[in-house]
Write a protein of this length. Structure first.
Length: 229
C-alpha cells in the first residue's frame, strides 16, 4: 500500500534521507526505529507533504504522490500524528476532533470514534490543554482518525508518556488496525512499545534502512544495540 523508492530528502546541503527504500503492506504495523537525529521525523513530515523531497518515488495505494501537497495526500487517505502532541490547547476536546473530520461527516463526531477513546467523550467539553499527556495523545490520534485515513503515520507517540499508558497505547493501536483495516507506520525509540505494537521493525541509520525484521523473529538484543548510544 506504501512503497518508497530511492528517496532523498535534504535541508539545503544537509542530506538527511538518502536512497531510502521501504515497502509497507496493507493492514501492517511497521515501526521505524533509530537514535535521535537519524531522520525519522524528517521522513514522516516529508511523507505527509510538509517537507519537500529531492528525488525518488512515493507510491501510495498505486499512485505516485511524490509531487502532491499535504491536503491531496490526506484526501487520498494519509493521516499524520506529529511528534509533541500538537493539540489546539485553547479549544475543547470535541472541537479538536472536529477539525479532523472530513466534510461528509457534516461536523458530527462518529460514535465509533468515542467508542475507541471513551475518556475523550467524558472530557469532550474540557479544554484540550488541560488534559494529561496520555489523554492528549489519544486526542491527536482521534483527530487523525476522524478523517478516516487508510494509512496512519505516527511520529514518536510515546514521548513523555507514562509506561503504563504506553502499554495501553500499543493495544489500542492494534485494536484500531484490526477494526478499521488500517495500515500504520510509527516512528519510535521505546523498544518495549515497538515490540508490543509492530508486525515488522525497520531500523534507520543516517537516513537509510540498515536492518529489518519481522516481529516474530526479532532478537531484542540486536534491535536494542541499534538504539544504544
Ligand atoms: N529544519 C531543519 N533544517 C536543517 N536541519 C534539520 C531540520 N530539521 C531537522 N534537521 C536535522 O536533520 C537530522 C534529522 O532530524 P530528524 O528530526 O528527522 O531526526 P529523528 O530521527 O526524527 O530524531 P528525533 O528522534 O530527535 O526526532 C538532524 O541532524 C537534524 O538536526
Amino acid at each position: 500500500m506504501l512503497k518508497i523508492q530511492d528517496y532523498h530528502v535534504a535541508y539545503g546541503q544537509s542530506h538527511i534521507i538518502e536512497n531510502l527504500n521501504i515497502e509497507v503492506k496493507e493492514n501492517e504495523i511497521v515501526a521505524l526505529i533509530g537514535r535521535n537525529g537519524m531522520g525519522k521525523t524528517t521522513l514522516m513530515k516529508s511523507l505527509i507533504g510538509m517537507i519537500p523531497a529531492q528525488s525518488g518515488q512515493v507510491l501510495f495505494r498505486g499512485s505516485d504522490v511524490f509531487a502532491e501537497k499535504s491536503y491531496q495526500r490526506v484526501r487520498r487517505g494519509m493521516g499524520f500524528v506529529p511528534q509533541g502532541r500538537m493539540v489546539f490547547a485553547t479549544m475543547t476536546v470535541e472541537d479538536n476532533i472536529k477539525t479532523g473530520l472530513s466534510a461528509k461527516e457534516k461536523g458530527k463526531i462518529p460514535a465509533a470514534l468515542y467508542a475507541i477513546f471513551p475518556v475523550l467523550e467524558e472530557m469532550k467539553t474540557r479544554l484540550a490543554g488541560n488534559l494529561s499527556g496520555g489523554q492528549q495523545q489519544q486526542l491527536v490520534i482521534a483527530r487523525a482518525l476522524a478523517g478516516n485515513p487508510r494509512l496512519l503515520l505516527l511520529d514518536e507517540p510515546t514521548e513523555g508518556i507514562q509506561p503504563s499508558i504506553i502499554k495501553e497505547m500499543a493495544q489500542t493501536l492494534r485494536k484500531i488496525r484490526d477494526q478499521r483495516g488500517l495500515t500504520i507506520v510509527v516512528s519510535e525509540q521505546v523498544l518495549s512499545f515497538v515490540l508490543d505494537v509492530a508486525d515488522r521493525v525497520l531500523v534507520m541509520e543516517k537516513g537509510a534502512v540498515v536492518h529489518q525484521e519481522e516481529r516474530q523473529t526479532i532478537d531484542e538484543k540486536t534491535i536494542a544495540g541499534y538504539l544504544s548510544v
